[in-house]
Design a protein around this ligand. Structure first.
Ligand code: HEC
Length: 287
């Protein structure tokens, strides 16, 4: 109810104020007091609704944006409590998340004229910052220590199916799932999948892996093969390729100073199994 009410408030302002945080799959626990949430909502409704009229007057809104951001962060911080491994540190954004949240808000309120003009100084510095942050994400990617990029596609399928991990009920350090089917189609036998991401069915086959020999050759080339490099990179840190993608950064540690218990969602061994799932011609993905 709380989420719905907040969403409709924001939608009224025609601003997609989408805040990216590190709630992972389980997130942190939302407090259950409905009265309390209602109070916070009512307290917020007034300034938010007032600010809609300012958006309508088409002002630049940067002061207003930062006030709204602060209010949103306060509500979010007040709405969760830490439990188990899911601490409130997950709500602290790193530079990438902060940038992507503000860009989404900015796109929602910027005048169409400004947003479409590639020559505008504002848009120029936005694209420079985008590239800088993308390179920061690229630098976080580590290559496998033994230079071997693949594992076992059968284990990979189990990881892709598994959506558990990082919630307050999971013991610290237990293995997490990849939840890939939540956003992607992968094998043709699994008919339950999400469509937030592109279909990965026949991922390797469509990219030229026509036989076991071709596959084994690519695996041997490893670091110098562009498909192996790209696929490994996307799985390790998707934001190194598309900064504000919704795909989680599975294999890297980011925002280390803010996160007390920060560890990558997946281990290198798990990512190798997913590489096999995507690329091995014997995998159900390339059936
Ligand atoms: C929350 C949704 C989400 C989840 C979960 C997710 N992805 Fe993605 N993935 C995406 C989106 C969206 C893209 C499109 C790229 C972009 O946004 O730039 C993508 C892109 C990719 C690509 C690149 C495809 C291409 O043609 O270049 C690969 C490979 C991929 N995902 C694999 C995986 C695997 C394997 C998992 C599980 C470990 C996974 N994804 C989990 C959303 C997701």
């Amino acid at each position: 109810m709380f989420k719905l009410a907040m969403n409709s408030l924001f939608r009224k302002c025609q601003s997609s104020n989408f805040t990216q945080v590190n709630t992972g799959y389980g997130g942190v626990r939302v407090r259950h007091s409905k009265k309390y949430l209602l109070g916070v909502m009512l307290a917020l409704a007034q300034p938010l609704l007032t600010s809609c009229s300012i958006f309508d007057q088409n002002t630049s809104g940067s002061d207003l944006d930062s006030r709204l951001r602060e209010q949103t962060q306060n509500v979010v911080a007040l709405s969760f409590e830490p439990k188990g491994q899911a601490g409130l540190d997950r709500l602290k954004q790193d530079r990438t998340q902060e940038f992507c949240s503000t860009q989404r808000a900015f796109k929602g309120v910027a005048s169409a004229e400004n947003a479409l003009d590639p020559q505008s100084p504002q848009n120029n510095s936005i694209s420079q910052l985008t590239e800088q942050l993308r390179l920061e994400n690229l630098a976080l990617i580590q290559q496998p220590k033994d230079s071997n990029y693949v594992g076992d596609f059968k284990r990979g399928e189990l990881i892709a199916q598994d959506g558990r991990g990082k919630t307050w009920t999971d013991p610290q350090g237990s293995a997490n799932g990849g939840n890939c089917y939540n956003c992607h189609r992968l094998s043709k036998n699994e008919i339950s999948y999400g469509t937030l991401g592109p279909s990965l069915y026949q991922y390797g086959k469509l990219r030229g892996i026509s036989s076991l020999d071709v596959y084994l050759n690519k695996v041997k080339e490893g670091a110098s093969d562009p498909l192996i490099q790209y696929t490994w990179g996307v799985l390790m840190n998707s934001k190194a390729y598309d900064l504000c993608t919704v795909m989680p950064r599975f294999g890297v540690t980011f925002n280390a100073s803010a996160h007390e218990q920060n560890s990558p969602i997946l281990t290198q061994e798990q990512i190798k199994d997913l590489m096999s799932l995507l690329l091995d011609p014997r995998s159900p993905v390339n059936d």
